[in-house]
Write a protein that binds this ligand. Structure first.
Ligand code: NAP
Length: 262
């Protein structure tokens, strides 16, 4: 299936590592031009090398998005270098463990803003260009928005809000033909996930416990499997899909209780 992404320009926040890197690679494989907004210099340089070897176009904007100005400047950079924006993948985030009992109100606020603010900022500043291209927006949320995780109030609040904004923006942007969808991963091995896993006393046993509960194949979802769904949602092949939350998780979020002790 040709997704017809050739020469289309897509911003991927956090696009140089983990799930974001897989999304950038999938966009480039499809002939699109990923713009990775990510401060990770080494990882981005390696990816840019790989893309160049395959004659694929890509850019990195090396910025951690913490202030609205950063998103505004990122959009200006993309317009200056590429002249248009065909879609945005809001992906950057960190499960920073700001809990209710162990956290505090200031850190909670910081965590919500760090995980949520730039999702709004990028779309806000890119809107004039998305209107021209009838672009597609994909928000990467997390199963923790639906299931909770414990000890991570800021992150889950932001992840839940991203799902609400997916519905809200899908409604507001209907008149412009801009589609907005969310992809919800559960367990994907990335640098962020590795760090979380290593916080357990026995990471290997913890990983085994988790994978044994994933209904389909009892394995982690690969970052490429998340990316495959994202590029489909960015493409015109999903032209009548908007406002949706798509779970790419081997049935982890929904099927476990239906199956019981499988
Ligand atoms: P990751 O391995 O940490 O990769 C994220 C990349 O984004 C890193 O390069 C990171 O740079 C960068 N980044 C973080 N905050 C940023 C910001 N404000 N502006 C620009 N770049 C930023 O994370 P991941 O596991 O791939 O997660 C990606 C997304 O998937 C997140 O939204 C996460 O909530 C979601 N998710 C992941 C899983 C999973 O199992 N991995 C499950 C559910 C949801 P630094 O490393 O320098 O911070």
């Amino acid at each position: 299936m040709d997704l017809n992404l050739k020469d289309k320009v897509f911003l991927v926040s956090g696009g140089a590592k983990g799930i974001g890197a897989a999304i950038s690679s999938s966009i480039a494989e499809e002939g699109g031009i990923p713009v990775m907004i990510d401060p990770s210099e080494n990882e981005a340089a390696n990816l840019l090398d790989e893309f160049e070897k395959k004659d694929q176009k890509a850019f990195q904007y090396p910025q951690r998005l913490t202030e609205p100005e950063h998103a505004k400047e990122a959009i200006s950079y993309v317009i200056k270098n590429c002249g248009k924006i065909d879609g945005i993948v809001n992906n950057a985030g960190a499960n920073d463990g700001i809990g209710l009992e162990k956290g505090n109100p200031l850190d909670f606020r910081k965590s919500v803003v760090n995980n949520l603010g730039h999702y709004y900022d990028l779309v806000h500043f890119a809107l004039p260009y998305l209107k021209k291209s009838k672009g597609s927006i994909v928000n990467i949320s997390s199963k923790t928005a639906l299931t909770g995780q414990g000890n991570t109030s800021g992150y889950t609040a932001a992840k839940g809000a991203q799902l609400s904004l997916t519905r809200e923006w899908a409604v507001e942007l209907l008149p412009y033909g801009i589609r907005v969808n969310a992809v919800i991963p559960a367990e994907v091995m990335t640098p962020l996930y590795r760090k979380w896993l290593d916080s357990f006393e026995d990471p290997k046993a913890q990983l085994q416990k988790i994978t044994s509960r994933i209904p389909l194949d009892r394995r982690m979802t690969s970052a490429e499997e998340i990316a495959n769904t994202v590029v489909f949602l960015l493409s015109e092949k999903s032209a009548h899909t908007t406002g949706q939350w798509i779970f790419v998780d081997g049935g982890y979020t929904h099927l476990d209780r239906a199956i019981g002790n499988f």
